[in-house]
Design a protein around this ligand. Structure first.
Ligand code: C2E
Ligand code: CA
Ligand code: CA
Length: 561
C-alpha cells in the first residue's frame, strides 16, 4: 500500500539516513522546512566543519561551511525552493573542508509536498564531484571534464571572447625542491590569485597539472585578455613577494580568441590553447602569446618535418645531399678548398633550407648521425678531388650538439683515418655561439683536434659577442667572417673600418681570415682592400652537388695544368 510521503516523520527519515550511512560514500540529508531543521549522515562530519550532525537555522548555518563566494548562489536556489518556485534542488558549488580548502560538491534534493501541495521537507544526497575528477580539490577549481561540458554547452560556438590558458613556470622545480605538499599550496594560491582577477561570468577551470584555463564567453576583447593576463602576473608576483620569496615562480599565458576556434572540437580547442601556452613558454616564459594560425601552421610543418627527417635518417639518409662551395685564396684566385653544406629535400616540400632543418636535427639529436654521414661524404669527396688538386682542403661544419652529446673526437679521427686524408687538409668549422654556451668540452675538443694537426675555423665571427679573448686563447687557424657582417661592411663605412681593423688584428696574431658572402665583382674588389686570406661567396661559386663542383672547379684546373 502506498503511503503519503509527507506522513513519514522526520525522525523516521533521520533513522533511515543513519541506517544507510555505512553503505554509501555520499552524504544523505533531510531539510525540514517547517522546523527549519537539517539532518545529514555522519560521513560528512569527518571532512567538513559542520555545526553538528543536525542543526536549526539552516540557511544561516550553511555559511559556516559553504565556500564564501558560492553562498549567494546557494541562497538564491534555496529561496526558490522555499518559496515553492522550484521543487528540485540541483547545484554544483563548493564547501570548505576542515583544512580550509574548497571542495566541489553536487547537491541534489527533491521536495516532498503535503496534501495541499505545500513543500514540507527536502530529501537528497550530496556528493563530492572532485572524487570523479570533475573538479580539482587541490586548487579548488572545476577540472577538465567540467570545462569540456561547459564548452560543449555553447552551440553554435561563441564568436567573441577568448580562452586564456595559464601555466606556472618552473613548477616542477618547486615540487622537487620544496615538496609536493608545498607544491599543492602553491597551486591553490595561484588559483586564488587568478580567481581574484577574473570578473563575474568568466569561468576558471584547472586543466592538467599546473595549468588553468579562463573562459570568457562574454565577448572580452584581445586588449582585455592582455590586461587580464598582466593583472594575474602582477597578482602572482605580489604573492611571491608576500611569501618572502620562499618559492619564486612566474606565470605564462596563451591567449586563444574565440574567432580562431570556429567549429573546432573540444580536443582541438585544447590543442590550440596548449600550443599558445607552450609558445609563451618557448618565447621565454613570464609572458603571454596570442594564437596565430600562421605560427600554428609553422609549428605543424616543423612537427611533420621532424617526422620526415627521422624517417629519412633511418632510410639511409634518403633525401640528404652534400653540397660543396669553393673557397679561394684571396690574393691569386686559386682554389683553396670547399665548405661542405648539407641539403635536404622531400617530394612534398622540395629543397628545404639548412636554416630550417639544421635546428630540427639539433633539437632531436639527429644531427649526430647526419653529421657523421656528411663528414664521410666530405672526406670521400676530398680524397677524390686530391687526385687532381693534391693540397685540396675540405671544411666540415660541426654542431655544438655533436660536441656535447657524441664522441665527436673519435668520430673525426677514425673517419680521417678511414678515408686516408691528411688531418692538415681537414678544417672543422665551429661557431662562436656554440663556444660561448659550452665549457671545458669545447676547449678540450679544440686542443685535441689541434694536437692531431686538424685545422680549426671559428665560424660566424662577427654575429655574436665576438669575444676577442677566444682568438688569443684558442688560436683558431681561420676566422670566418659571417656574411651578415660582410654585408654590413659593404654598406657602411663604420663596419667596413671595423672589419678592416679585425683583419689586421687577426693577422697580427698570425691567424687567417676568410670573408664569406661575396656576391659581386665590385664587392670582391672592395673586400680585397682589407687583405683577407680566403674568400667565399656566390661570386666565386654557389654551393652545388659533387659532380657539378668537380666539373666547374676541379677538372678545369686539371686541364690548365
Ligand atoms: P654557414 O656555415 O655560415 O654556411 C655558409 C652559408 O652561407 C651557406 O648557407 C651558404 O650557402 C651561404 N652563402 C655562401 N656564400 C654566399 C653568398 O655569396 N651569398 C649568400 N646570400 N649566401 C651565401 P646554407 O648552405 O644555407 O647553410 C646555412 C647554415 O646551415 C650554415 O651556415 C651552417 O650554419 C648550417 N649548415 C649547413 N650545412 C651544415 C652541416 O653539414 N652541418 C652543420 N652542423 N651545419 C650546417
Ligand atoms: Ca660554416
Ligand atoms: Ca657563416
Amino acid at each position: 500500500m502506498k503511503k503519503d510521503l509527507s506522513e513519514i516523520t522526520i525522525e523516521q527519515i533521520c533513522t533511515m539516513i543513519d541506517l544507510l550511512n555505512p553503505c554509501i560514500d555520499d552524504n544523505l540529508y533531510v531539510y525540514d522546512f517547517e522546523n527549519d531543521f537539517y539532518y545529514i549522515s555522519s560521513n560528512a562530519l569527518e571532512k567538513f566543519p559542520l555545526p553538528g550532525k543536525y542543526f536549526h537555522n539552516v540557511v544561516e548555518n550553511h555559511k559556516i561551511f559553504v565556500y564564501p563566494p558560492d553562498i549567494s548562489e546557494l541562497q538564491n536556489d534555496l529561496n526558490m525552493i522555499l518559496s515553492g518556485e522550484k521543487d528540485f534542488h540541483n547545484l554544483q558549488y563548493r564547501w570548505v573542508d576542515k583544512k580550509g580548502n574548497p571542495v566541489w560538491i553536487n547537491c541534489r534534493g527533491h521536495v516532498v509536498k503535503n496534501s495541499e501541495g505545500k513543500g514540507t521537507y527536502m530529501i537528497g544526497c550530496i556528493n563530492e564531484i572532485g572524487a570523479i575528477r570533475k573538479a580539482d580539490n587541490v586548487s579548488g577549481l572545476l577540472g577538465e571534464s567540467s570545462l569540456q561540458t561547459y564548452l560543449q554547452e555553447f552551440y553554435p560556438p561563441v564568436k567573441n571572447g577568448y580562452l586564456l590558458r595559464l601555466g606556472l613556470d618552473n613548477f616542477k622545480e618547486i615540487n622537487e625542491k620544496l615538496g609536493i605538499e608545498y607544491g599543492d599550496m602553491i597551486l591553490r594560491k595561484a588559483a586564488e590569485c587568478i580567481s581574484s582577477c577574473i570578473t563575474p561570468g568568466q569561468k576558471l577551470f584547472r586543466a592538467v597539472a599546473d595549468e588553468y584555463i579562463i573562459v570568457d564567453f562574454l565577448g572580452g576583447t584581445l586588449d582585455e585578455a592582455r590586461y587580464l593576463y598582466n593583472r594575474i602576473r602582477q597578482s602572482i608576483s605580489q604573492f611571491v613577494e608576500n611569501n618572502q620569496y620562499e618559492a619564486v615562480f612566474t606565470i605564462s599565458g596563451g591567449i586563444l580568441e574565440c574567432s580562431n576556434i570556429g567549429n573546432t572540437s573540444y580536443s582541438d580547442i585544447m590543442k590550440l590553447s596548449e600550443f599558445s601556452l607552450n609558445e609563451a613558454k618557448r618565447q621565454g616564459r613570464n609572458r603571454y602569446y596570442i594564437f596565430s594560425h600562421e605560427d600554428y601552421e609553422k609549428f605543424l610543418k616543423k612537427k611533420k618535418l621532424t617526422r620526415i627527417l627521422r624517417q629519412a635518417v633511418r632510410n639511409d639518409f634518403e633525401g640528404f645531399e652534400a653540397y660543396f662551395q669553393p673557397l679561394f685564396h684571396a690574393d691569386n684566385n686559386t682554389i683553396y678548398g670547399a665548405e661542405t653544406l648539407m641539403r635536404f629535400s622531400t617530394l612534398e616540400y622540395g629543397v628545404i633550407s639548412p636554416v630550417e632543418f639544421i635546428p630540427i636535427l639539433e633539437e632531436t639529436g639527429l644531427i649526430i648521425p647526419a653529421g657523421k654521414w656528411i663528414m664521410n661524404q666530405a672526406l670521400a669527396a676530398c680524397k677524390k678531388i686530391q687526385q687532381y688538386i693534391p693540397n685540396f682542403r675540405i671544411s666540415i661544419n660541426i654542431s655544438y650538439i655533436q660536441v656535447m652529446k657524441s664522441d665527436i673526437i673519435t668520430e673525426i679521427a677514425s673517419a680521417i683515418t678511414e678515408h686516408n686524408v691528411s688531418p692538415s687538409n681537414v678544417v672543422i668549422e665551429l661557431t662562436e655561439s656554440g663556444l660561448l654556451e659550452s665549457d671545458s668540452r669545447f676547449t678540450r675538443l679544440w686542443s685535441i683536434l689541434k694536437d692531431k694537426g686538424i685545422r680549426l675555423a671559428l665560424d660566424d665571427f662577427g654575429t655574436g659577442y665576438s669575444n676577442f679573448h677566444y682568438l688569443y686563447d684558442l688560436k683558431p687557424d681561420i676566422i670566418k667572417i659571417d656574411r651578415s657582417f660582410t654585408a654590413k661592411a659593404l654598406t657602411n663605412e663604420y663596419d667596413y673600418n671595423l672589419l678592416s681593423l679585425m683583419s689586421e688584428m687577426v693577422h697580427n696574431l698570425n691567424l687567417k681570415i676568410c670573408i664569406e658572402g661575396i656576391e659581386t665583382e665590385a664587392e670582391h674588389v672592395r673586400i680585397l682592400e682589407i687583405a683577407p686570406d680566403y674568400s667565399q661567396g656566390f661570386y666565386f661559386g654557389k654551393p652545388c652537388p659533387y659532380n657539378q663542383f668537380e666539373e666547374n672547379f676541379v677538372l678545369p684546373k686539371q686541364n690548365h695544368n
